[in-house]
Design a protein around this ligand. Sequence first.
Ligand SMILES: *[C@@H]1O[C@H](CO)[C@@H](O)[C@H](O)[C@H]1NC(C)=O
Length: 288
Amino acid sequence: MFFSKTLGLVAAASAVSAITPPSYNGLSLLWHDAFEGYAGTSPDTDRWSIITGDLNINGEVETYTSSSANLQISGGGSVQLVPWKDSKGAWTSGRIETQDAVTPVLGKTTRVEGSLRMGTNPAIEKQGIWPAFWMLGEAVRHGTPWPLCGELDILEQRNGELTGFGTVHCGGSASGGICNEPNGRGATVLMPLDTDTSFHVWSVTWNLSDASNWKNQQITWAIDGNTYFTLTGAEVGDEATWGTLAHSPFYIVLNVAVGGGFPGAPNSATADGYGSMLEAQYVAVYSN
Ligand SMILES: *[C@@H]1O[C@H](CO)[C@@H](O)[C@H](O)[C@H]1NC(C)=O
């Protein structure tokens, strides 16, 4: 479960008031980070693990660092994850993962959402840029392999395309199965132009209001409150797999990957810097 932790002096000293998560009828805010603090500081490490190194996954080419160039509080009430290419062509970037996990509770509705925007580089300069806001089953931290641990992708974008991907990964095999691995099972939605500098709210909601019949439970994906994908227990069709996706703890990840099987490799036109970043005003967890 999530526990709120205070930001203490850093928050109190922040020059800009944070964009706080909105209130929703019937839901209480369980946990959030509004990324207060001075420009160039790190995200709150009581809430987030700052991931560093080459994770050697998906054929990605970035190395994650804790440098403020790759990962920083903006000073304007947001966190920025920024990919950079050095003079030798090597990419660095930012990735954070919540320390704690959220566990959807039977009989309840639980939502994870973030207010996000992408850097304003045009798509022609984003080949290989792969920003993501997603969740991994906590079990992966204790040795359960992917995709058996479960994965819920709240938003992935590739190559600056105007397509938001909401996806689940599951099952005991890296190929085929209930979640159609390795592609996963999901839906896409038209994304706002990256040149639109407004933030948009991306969410995943577990609706476990029917505690007694898992087939009637559902997970929904939405942008700005508009649902574009619903997955029910009945559609998944396997109680153990549904349990992994809907009854298990998940931790939350924000990152910008570069390259890999999903977007393909970056090319000579791929631009680094803030124009290719992922920026978040808040990440929040609600339940009723
Ligand atoms: C939650 O799921 C139930 C079915 O279990 C459904 O009747 C209800 O409309 C859903 N609630 C929302 C807000 O979608």
